[in-house]
Ligand binder design. Sequence first.
Ligand code: FPP
Length: 255
Amino acid sequence: MVAVVREQTNASTPALPPERTPRHVAIIMDGNGRWAKQRGLPRTEGHRNGVENLRRILQAAVECGVEILTIYAFSTENWNRPKYEVEMLMRLLELFLERELDELHKNGVQIRHIGELDGVPTRLQKRIVKGLELTKDNSRLILNVAFNYGGRDEIVRAVRRIVEEGIPAEDITEDLINHYLYTCGLPDPDLIIRTSGELRVSNFLIWQGSYSEYYTTPTYWPDFDETEFRKALAEYAHRKRRFGQIDEQVEDPDE
Ligand code: FPP
């Protein structure tokens, strides 16, 4: 990743005040296949360009003061894609880690993984573990990679562990469940972006995203550049988050 952290603001778009900047942004990087099709290219070219774009968005996230970036790189459902495409997606993550790890580390990026390593090729597993280990003490940006991840699967695994550990029903709280999720210790995403115009959650952070703000754009992921990223953040800055409550105290008519 070339000079990921330049910590300068894009002159055309002023920085948002910290209290209006999402701490945790999660992205469903959708539309690689359609991007490629539009250009008469194989789908895999779309994924390759998607990885290139990730470098740009990482840089933009740091510049904008985002603390955690979670990306949906491979879902538990993606195993059902054609074998060559699955292999390509595995290979792309491997290459990404091979080429970018040192630069990410130098730039203070902490890599985390959410999902299961079971079923992932051994060579890639080793690369992931190496990346996690090398960057574990970094704190400039957390890059949380959802790879072989499914939200329902995550909840099922959490429930199984809770039962296996014999935790009594009355001790089961939201905090306890949070503790058993892959995202334990991380704040919930403030903003979830989905590219390519689809209006679906697709099994992504279904527990953690309960009160996230959603943003969608018709732009395909490989074209979702820094300007688009800043646009999403600017829209978030205007949203009023109420977390199921109302804006101001209203008088109780019965009192
Ligand atoms: C959705 O596009 C994208 C994916 C299933 C994978 C996302 C992966 C990348 C951007 C590259 C991998 C990232 C890393 C870090 C290795 P789609 O194929 O569903 O597009 P379509 O809906 O247009 O067919």
